[in-house]
Design a protein around this ligand. Structure first.
Ligand code: 13P
Ligand code: SF4
Length: 303
């Protein structure tokens, strides 16, 4: 850790009774200083229950919005307000409403990688860690899944009894991981297991020994007796995988697995955010109340 900046951050966190949450894709030094690191589900759960007055969210905009929806009495800071998610921007409320009008009465399952507005027009949210459980919790036999076509199609494989209407959104970072790149790594490391995120293209997921959320990868690699893993998700995951598993080797499946938005937040940004108590992420009350219902329904699905 850069000691002096790290100390200043820790002191300001204490002064403001603030908690520092960081997604598993953040830069190493940001993960190192965070109070809690995790996947989207773990971070939403933490945002819903923390006793802190301020949440400093090191992630992208939709994550900070979810924290603001779940903790309206807290100040939510996003050190880099320009950290967005291209997948979240791939569906608008007008487009979603037009799709709903074509499928009246069909519930909308929305991946948390979406705007607060989209969540407010949805029935239930999901993350990559609980998407299958969320879909199985629905009594209806048809559902609309937005915005990630890859996560949607991956879940659909396990519930052939349900009909899915997919939105064709995707994560540009995961879609840059090609079959050729993975095959190359597999032939270079024939003794390695290949794990990937369900945001990956279906033909890439088909090559995997295990498909799971980022926190699912920590659990899987910790428990596995294998010594070598080819990792098919954003490069930030490697920091804790290597820290937690000193005797194991982790190889990034493709050099293209870097999300520019997740790499924006620096320690300097975190410090500046705490010094200025900005930028604050807010959601209008009308949107917040409706989006909260969709998030609460998700959080109520048994783990
Ligand atoms: P998870 O950490 O929930 O698997 O999310 C992946 C992701 O792409 C977040 O932007
Ligand atoms: Fe969005 Fe993909 Fe980046 Fe996650 S990794 S923030 S889904 S672009």
């Amino acid at each position: 850790m850069n000691n002096s900046i790290g100390q200043e951050i820790r002191e300001l966190l204490k002064l403001h009774n603030a908690v520092l949450l960081a997604h598993n894709y953040m830069r190493d030094e940001v993960q190192e200083i965070a109070d809690i690191t995790g996947d989207s589900l773990a971070l939403s759960m933490e945002a819903a229950k923390t006793k802190a007055d301020v949440i400093v969210f090191c992630g992208v905009h939709f994550m900070a919005e979810s924290a603001a929806i779940l903790s309206p009495d807290k100040k939510v800071l996003l050190p880099r307000p320009d950290a967005g998610c291209p997948m979240a921007d791939m569906v608008t409320v007008e487009e979603l409403e037009a799709l709903k009008a074509k499928h009246p009465g069909v519930p909308v399952v929305t991946y948390v990688n979406s705007s607060a507005e989209i969540k407010a027009h949805s029935d239930i949210c999901c993350t990559s860690a609980n998407a299958l459980r969320v879909v199985r919790s629905l009594t209806e036999d048809e559902l609309i899944f937005v915005p990630d076509r890859n996560l949607g199609r991956w879940v659909a494989r396990f519930v052939p009894e349900k009909r899915f209407v997919f939105w064709e959104g995707f994560c540009p970072t995961h879609e840059r991981m090609t079959v050729e790149a993975v095959q190359r790594k597999k032939s270079e490391h024939p003794d390695a297991l290949f794990i990937c995120h369900p945001e990956s293209a279906p033909e890439v997921s088909a090559l995997a020994d295990h498909v799971c959320s980022t926190s699912g990868m920590y659990d899987y690699c910790r428990a596995s007796s294998a010594r070598k893993f080819i990792v098919g998700t954003e490069a930030g995951i490697l920091y804790k995988l290597r820290l937690e598993n000193p005797g194991k080797e982790f190889i990034l499946a493709s050099p293209a697995l870097i999300c520019p938005n997740m790499k924006l937040t620096s320690l300097e940004d975190v410090l500046y955010s705490l010094q200025t108590m900005s930028p604050v992420v807010t959601v209008t009350e009308e949107t917040r109340v409706k989006a909260r219902q969709a998030l609460d329904r998700m959080l109520a699905v048994p783990r």
